[in-house]
Ligand binder design. Structure first.
Ligand code: FAD
Length: 469
């Protein structure tokens, strides 16, 4: 019998439950990717489309090496699936689950339509340690606070050996697949050179980063993860988003590495697992509160007096021209590499939503288009957290001071100088506060600060005070 395997954001061959099950249970498999422009308001942004193109190229190579191929199509998924089933005689469809509200609605619809046609549909979990509906409070409710959520989930996690890439039984291809270029994922204007220089999309690239992280950064993660100048974190976020690696694979590899290390130097892997726990929590929240990509988690913020949308201010923020060095360095890192360090994400977010008092949706949208790891669950959690309106959020009155933060987490100015070449020669004392020297600004062409940090903080606190009353 023939099985159709629908790849989506599970672009790997190892530890891929849908792929493994189909290969084990059928004589022939037909791997398919359908590019549908049906994700509504959250259609993948430019940086993610670039990633997807290269990740599909890597998957295609992997499938070829395994004796199969990837059938690419574009259009309405159910219609295409029905045509493929008719042409191949397949009796079953396999996929791994997605958790975005639009994807759940679509998959539910497709599943029941195919079942009505007499086709077996098998869905699996490839992306999460635990399904979002499997974890609940004692009252049977979803969690809204991370710490108790993690206290519940963590003891349930075991480092289980992940599935190896299966042997392909037989490959069934069909004639009318598209070439990758026909999916039209790459940008028309060549702005992606910085992305290409920074990343290797695909399963092999993910495994390589995991190795590098284990060798160089795992032991010092708890401390160095806050230093944006260092490669102190794993940078696995885009690989996780596209399912090129799974939390199970990461957990098993780190546990094995820790176990093989001299006990006196055994690295503590808990702080890293906890961050993966935040990713699980973000999916838990998105599943149970599907309105939160656009609506405040905390409805009290519906009455908050955001400043009117200010396109000029927004553009300065987007381009890294605010005149606040750490904010600009982060926004330029984002534009150039499609990624930004977590601490800096919090700081640019705080600056936008508090010092500029622009609605967090403006920030979420810009990140959506420019991040290679743009992820509806994590991005929603991150922005609602920063803006103060989220579940388990930083309180609104916590306004990050980008100068103090830069002095603390980038004390030698390495990160600032890397991303702000016009300030590369500035003395350290001025690097953090270049507005103190008008001459430096004139010579370097670096902009003056667009708002006074102290005054704008005060205005934000007053706006918040009005809400609290
Ligand atoms: P590591 O420190 O190596 O962590 C390992 C993995 O844990 C990450 O790859 C990620 O999957 C997960 N993780 C770590 N921190 C968080 C967190 N705070 N929330 C959820 N998961 C986490 N992350 C995204 O993947 N996509 C987004 O669109 C996204 N948007 C964000 C927006 C804002 C405003 C903020 C403050 C954070 C956002 N994050 C997002 C979370 C975090 O910044 C990134 O996951 C992290 O910087 C990725 O780098 P890394 O892989 O080196 O992380």
């Amino acid at each position: 019998s023939t099985a159709l395997v629908l790849f989506r954001r599970d672009l790997r061959l190892a530890d891929n439950p849908a792929w493994s099950a189909a290969c084990a249970e059928h004589a022939q498999v037909l791997p398919v990717f359908i590019h549908g422009d049906d994700d509504g308001a959250w259609r993948a942004g430019g940086a993610c489309r670039w990633w997807l193109h290269h990740s599909l190229a890597a998957l295609e190579r992997g499938l070829r090496d395994a004796g199969a191929g990837l059938h690419l199509r574009r259009g309405e998924p159910l219609q295409i699936l029905r045509a493929l089933i008719a042409a191949s005689g397949a009796g079953a469809v396999y996929w791994n689950r997605l958790y975005e509200p639009a994807a759940i609605a679509r998959d539910t619809r497709i599943k029941s339509a195919l079942q009505d046609d007499g086709i077996a549909v098998h869905s699996h979990n490839a992306a999460l340690w635990c399904e979002p509906w499997q974890i609940a409070t004692q009252q049977g409710l979803p969690y809204k606070v991370f710490t108790p959520y993690w206290r519940n989930l963590r003891p349930q996690l075991q480092a289980v050996e992940p599935l190896p890439a299966p042997r392909v039984p037989g490959w069934r291809d069909l004639p009318d697949g598209l070439a990758l270029a026909a999916l039209d994922l790459l940008p028309r204007i060549a702005w992606a050179d910085g992305l290409a220089a920074s990343w290797q999309p695909g399963e092999a690239g993910a495994q390589e980063l995991l190795e590098i992280f284990g060798d160089d950064a795992l032991g010092d993660y708890a401390r160095a993860r806050d230093l944006p100048a260092r490669h102190g974190t794993s940078r696995l976020s885009p690989h996780l988003h596209f399912g090129e690696i799974s939390p199970r694979q990461i957990h098993f590899a780190l546990e094995r590495r820790a176990g093989a290390t001299d006990p006196k130097r055994r690295p503590d892997i808990e702080p890293y697992l906890r961050e993966l726990g935040w990713r699980e929590f973000a999916h838990h929240l998105l599943y149970h509160f599907p309105h939160t990509p656009t609506d405040n988690f905390n409805p009290r913020f519906d009455g908050f007096s955001w400043a009117p949308a200010d396109p000029a201010a927004l553009e300065r923020w987007q381009r890294g021209r605010t005149g606040i060095p750490l904010v600009d360095a982060g926004m330029r890192e984002l534009w150039h590499t499609g990624w930004m360090h977590n601490r800096v994400r919090m700081i640019v977010g705080s600056f936008l939503t508090k010092n500029l008092r622009q609605h967090w949706q403006h920030g979420a949208r810009w990140f959506w288009d420019t991040l290679v790891d743009a992820d509806l669950a994590n991005n929603t959690l991150g922005w609602q957290w920063v803006a103060g309106c989220g579940a388990d959020a930083a309180p609104y009155f916590r306004v990050f001071n980008p100068v103090t933060q830069a002095k603390r987490f980038d004390p030698d100015g390495v990160y600032l100088r890397r991303w702000l070449p016009e300030l590369a020669e500035a003395p350290l004392a001025l690097l953090h506060e270049p507005w103190k020297d008008a001459d430096l600004l004139r010579r370097s062409g670096y902009p003056a600060q667009m708002v006074d940090l102290g005054e704008s903080r005060q205005l934000a606190l007053e706006a918040y005070g009005a809400l609290a009353r």
